[in-house]
Design a protein around this ligand. Structure first.
Ligand code: NAP
Length: 267
């Protein structure tokens, strides 16, 4: 059995991950971590996740349980993920990173951890979204510069970063396929007298509302027709199932940086 630790065990994704680990035949939950002061400390992670089996008590310091697991699954917050990645790198523990919203230096720090351990990082662990990534690359290459490209996404009211990490990944894939630099061509929202659309721009639109788990659409619009590639997540379990699949896959891998496209064999 592969021993798994989950950080942010009391969070929305943390609880879903604990359920997904419990349902995976090759994985066992060996540690669950929350931050100091969390109301969930010392509570059984299984009962917090709504399971009818007890697992492990939630602790407040990753370093206290660092010898107890093989792979850490981390869906928390950028600052926490950076220090967790550094702890995993120091002790050679493998890591699945689902947190989004990193700034450039935080992302560099997580990527640096992959020099010492195997690390799988993805803005979206759903299998369907990763298939969409592949389709987007294909669509951009076929449709080329003849289309206007716009990306829209909708998430629940609690999400703190925008546009979503998945929408940014989609933009980057499309920009790369067309030889554009996303940082130069991205337009994040429009208001007022914007003028006509510039040909090579890639627009982003964000909706935050209710309990939407995660919707993404990339539109390729030309004169007379348009193609839309859409994904709608209806449950966080789609991300959690992908993340535990990545954890099982990572257990066999040497140090290095991987993503969900590697896990699914889509590269
Ligand atoms: P959430 O419900 O706020 O959960 C985050 C959890 O992490 C909370 O329980 C939080 O505790 C905890 N936490 C924060 N700092 C911590 C630390 N230093 N040590 C341990 N725990 C810590 O958020 P969520 O909806 O689960 O999302 C978490 C992250 O995953 C976000 O970045 C989100 O964008 C990302 N996400 C990624 C995917 C993907 O497929 N890659 C899918 C869904 C979500 P407190 O509540 O005490 O702050």
């Amino acid at each position: 059995m592969i021993k798994i630790a989950v950080t942010g065990a009391g969070g929305r994704m943390g609880r879903t991950l604990i359920e997904a680990v419990a349902n995976h035949p090759d994985l066992i939950l060996a540690a669950a971590i929350e931050q100091p002061g969390s109301p969930f400390l010392s509570i059984d992670a299984g009962s917090l996740a709504g399971l009818d089996q007890s697992c492990v008590s939630i602790v407040d310091d990753l370093n206290d349980v660092i010898d107890d697991f093989d792979v850490l699954i981390d869906f928390t917050a950028p600052g926490a993920t950076v220090s967790n990645a550094q702890a995993c790198a120091r002790s050679g523990k493998k890591m699945v990173v689902g947190t989004t919203g990193f700034d450039a230096s935080q992302k560099a720090a997580v990527v640096a951890a992959a020099e010492s351990t195997s690390l799988c990082m993805a803005s979206n662990f759903s299998t369907g979204v990763n298939l969409c990534f592949k389709l987007l690359d294909m669509a951009a290459r076929v449709l080329g510069d003849d289309v206007d490209i716009e990306i829209s996404e909708a998430h629940h009211r609690h999400k703190v970063d925008a546009p979503s990490g998945t929408a940014l990944s989609m933009g980057r894939i499309v920009a790369d396929a067309l030889g554009r630099d996303l940082d130069e061509v991205a337009i994040y929202g429009r208001e007022g007298q914007t003028g006509a659309r510039k040909d090579d721009t890639i627009g982003f639109a964000t909706i935050r509302a209710g309990d939407i788990v995660g919707d993404h659409t990339v539109m390729f619009a030309a004169e007379g027709e348009r193609v839309e590639i859409s994904h709608k997540a209806s449950s966080r379990m789609s991300f959690a199932r992908g993340a535990v699949r990545a954890a099982a896959w990572l257990a066999e891998k040497p140090p290095g940086l991987f993503d969900m496209q590697d896990v699914l064999g889509l590269k």
